[in-house]
Design a protein around this ligand. Structure first.
Ligand SMILES: [Cu+2]
Length: 150
């Protein structure tokens, strides 16, 4: 093998190594480079895990329809005890009409039963989404998305 060929082979190998490194970083959960990936939630009343320490369930007070609907979230710790230590925000809007009805990040409020509540204003028929962010000590630890049609 000539010297130049050898050189080229080395370059290719190190290039490949760098590529593999980038790929592996991209696919390791939690090291994801884009911080804005929202988990699609499994449905009303279903258990949605937040890592190993928490889970939550969500439901609407009525079938999503025009007007104000109330989104309720109940948060639990890993032992199934009700938990209120996280803060939750919701950003509602229509994915097909980005920016037209977006509520921006609105904080959920507690009711007397320590459930998290958020009113969602559904102003027209079509596809809707509520993007949820759960924060612990002001740091986001989970993002989830609820989609529904009206
Ligand atoms: Cu619209």
């Amino acid at each position: 093998m000539k010297r130049s060929e050898l050189q080229m082979k080395k370059t290719t190998v190190s290039g490949l190594a760098v590529l593999m490194l980038i790929l592996s970083l991209t696919f390791i959960p939690g090291v994801s480079i884009s911080a804005d990936s929202y988990e699609t939630l499994p449905g009303q009343g279903k258990k949605c895990p937040i890592g190993k320490d928490y889970y939550f369930t969500y439901s609407f007070d009525k079938t999503p329809q025009l007007g104000i609907i109330i989104l309720k979230i109940e948060l639990f710790d890993k032992d199934g005890k009700k938990d209120t230590s996280l803060s939750i925000t919701g950003d509602s809007g229509m994915p097909s009409m980005k920016g037209h009805h977006d509520s921006g990040e609105v904080a959920f409020k507690f009711n007397k039963k320590s459930e998290y509540l958020l009113p969602v204003s559904v102003v027209m028929p079509g596809d809707w989404e509520v993007k949820l962010v759960f924060k612990k000590d002001k740091k986001p630890i989970y993002r989830g998305s609820i989609k529904f049609d009206v």
